[in-house]
Design a protein around this ligand. Structure first.
Ligand SMILES: NC(=O)c1ccc[n+]([C@@H]2O[C@H](COP(=O)([O-])OP(=O)(O)OC[C@H]3O[C@@H](n4cnc5c(N)ncnc54)[C@H](OP(=O)(O)O)[C@@H]3O)[C@@H](O)[C@H]2O)c1
Length: 236
């Protein structure tokens, strides 16, 4: 059976590199991007027949539904859903200075977007022999690591709380899916220099960050309901 993957936010950064890696492994990849021009350009750069552009803005229910319709015209099953699209709007905003709108914006993409993607694509993933839903998370969303000071010095209320909430989607959907699948887990690529953090120096390259995610996509082990980093299971 042909293998199909859908990667949101696939036009650049870590998502783009995951698309490239999967495509090289002969997976048929739907490269999701909210901006058509950027998405088409990314597909062109990869330059393979098994990658095609799908427009998706994860903050729009209509756009998600439309992407589902487009994908359903090509395949009756999806093996991999990578909820990679994400924003971190508050790199230079202290919690006390944060406006409500910014917090809501982060939740719209990182939490409500991921939530809607899971619900919409679940039926296609259920039809896969071994469907996997991967939510891209961050070390800073591990409450234990954050509280212990093991997640760096940043104190990003909007980014961290929306990603922590998204981690709880992994836990709760994981419990609902149970043994019958699909599997759902969260993976952090760790600090990676991308547009998300203004290409801050000292991070992994996007390709290195992507590799960590691809390793879990390819793993034979079951990680349902788990939060993972490069070394294995992370604390909540
Ligand atoms: N970089 C890190 O250090 C790091 C560490 C841990 C986790 N992560 C996570 O890794 C994921 C990828 O981030 P990145 O570092 O590769 O950042 P990036 O280069 O900024 O890429 C983010 C992607 O998400 C897309 N996106 C944003 N809002 C969207 C929306 N409403 N609908 C659809 N797509 C949307 C962006 O599209 P546009 O180009 O249109 O804006 C872009 O394609 C994120 O979930 C991030 O939280 C990153």
């Amino acid at each position: 059976m042909k293998k199909y993957a859908f990667v949101t936010g696939g036009n650049k950064g870590i998502g783009f590199e995951v698309v490239r890696e999967l495509a090289e492994r002969d997976v048929h990849v739907f490269l999701g991007a909210r901006n058509e021009e950027l998405g088409m350009q990314a597909v062109e750069v990869i330059g393979r027949d098994n990658v095609r552009f799908i427009q998706v803005d994860v903050t729009s229910s209509e756009s998600i539904q439309h992407s589902l319709e487009q994908i359903s015209k090509v395949t009756d099953h999806l093996d991999i859903l990578l909820n990679n699209a994400g924003i971190a709007p508050d790199f230079d905003v202290a919690p006390l200075k944060m406006e409500l709108g910014m917090l809501k914006k982060a939740f719209d993409v990182n939490f409500f977007g991921t939530f809607q993607m899971i619900q919409a694509f679940y039926p296609l993933l259920q039809k896969s022999e071994r469907g996997k839903i991967i939510n891209v998370t961050t070390d800073m969303a591990s409450q234990t690591r954050f509280a212990n000071g093991e997640a760096g010095h940043l104190n990003l209320l909007a980014y961290n709380s929306s990603k922590t909430a998204a981690n709880s989607l992994t836990l709760t959907f994981g419990r609902e899916f149970g043994e019958d699948g699909p599997e759902i887990f969260s993976v952090t690529p760790g600090f990676t220099s991308t547009d998300l953090n203004g290409n801050a120096p000292g991070g992994k390259t996007p390709a290195e960050g992507a590799k960590i995610i691809v390793n879990y996509i390819e793993s034979e082990e079951s990680y349902n309901g788990k939060l993972l980093d490069t070394n294995g299971i992370m604390p909540w």
